[in-house]
Design a protein around this ligand. Structure first.
Ligand SMILES: Nc1ncnc2c1ncn2[C@@H]1O[C@H](COP(=O)(O)OP(=O)(O)OP(=O)(O)O)[C@@H](O)[C@H]1O
Ligand SMILES: [Mg+2]
Length: 251
């Protein structure tokens, strides 16, 4: 399970984020980027953040540490902005926090260099999780202390929005033409050779165990949170073996 903390102060909204993530302080004295269960995109966005973030970390990528943040909606009462108040009011209970990388710069593909090996690993990983949100328009990559960090895995694994069609959906190719790192000659063959064998059933079981039960309850077609955890495992396991040959748009 992810480490648990309690949100103690809402500092400010992060203006760039479509889902209105906020900066908060917690009882462990940490400062976190908080993503809310009450946001329009709902709790599946948060599940995707946990599954893909924790998988990425275990495959050796740099990802901000994730925690659960318990929110008392009372925290929102003093907020001057109606939108923020509504969001906090709708998000009582378990939410997601990620370490705030203070001073990080947004990655700009025209301003920074990435080597072919690292570009290959990131593009391969995004193909695995079907990330549609790492384009040059919106890279969702941060430069922090001279290194590249991955953030924002909310718009991934599209198949979890329609479980009956998941197998067919996960068999589809990945179009990397607009990927933020497409211009760095990503070495996909080396990335696949190294990473694909490491995406095992055991690793995925470890990763899905990190998803809070509260975000898995009452999913139509699943009796228990663990059934749903297994459903998250299957498409990723199947895709890891074949996705290298199904990445389109990279020369
Ligand atoms: N851990 C972090 N440390 C520092 N800054 C962050 C962190 N996470 C997010 N940010 C900043 O906040 C912005 C919004 O975060 P994020 O992309 O995760 O939110 P989002 O609502 O999913 O965004 P969108 O869907 O618009 O891409 C990022 O572009 C980045 O500038
Ligand atoms: Mg983003």
């Amino acid at each position: 399970m992810l480490k648990e903390a309690i949100a103690t102060r809402y500092i400010t909204p992060l203006r760039e984020g479509g889902s209105l993530p906020g900066l908060v302080e917690a009882d462990d004295l940490g400062t976190y980027v908080m993503k809310f269960t009450g946001a329009g995109q709902g709790r599946k966005t948060l599940v995707a953040e946990v599954v893909c973030g924790e998988l990425a970390r275990r495959l050796g990528f740099r990802v901000p540490r994730l925690v659960t943040l318990d929110l008392d909606p009372v925290l929102g009462l003093g907020e001057p902005e109606q939108q923020v108040q509504d969001l906090l009011r709708a998000s009582g209970g378990t939410n997601l926090g990620m370490d705030f990388l203070s001073g990080a710069l947004g990655f700009d593909p025209l301003a920074f260099q990435v080597d072919a090996a690292e570009a290959g690993r990131i593009v391969w990983f995004d193909a695995l999780i079907n990330n549609v949100d790492r384009s040059w328009r919106n890279p969702n990559l941060l430069m922090w202390h001279g290194e590249l960090w991955l953030i924002d895995h909310g718009a991934t694994m599209i198949w979890h929005h329609n479980w009956p069609g998941a197998e067919a959906s996960a068999a589809r190719p990945y179009d990397a033409a607009d990927h933020a790192l497409a211009r760095f000659a990503p070495d996909l063959a080396s990335a696949a050779a190294d990473l694909a064998p490491r995406v095992t059933e055991d690793l995925l079981a470890e990763v899905t165990a990190e998803i809070p039960d509260a975000w898995l309850a009452d999913e139509p077609g699943f009796d228990t949170p663990d059934d749903l955890r297994r459903a998250y495992t299957r498409p990723l396991l199947a895709r890891a073996a074949v996705i290298h040959d199904r990445i389109q748009g990279i020369k």
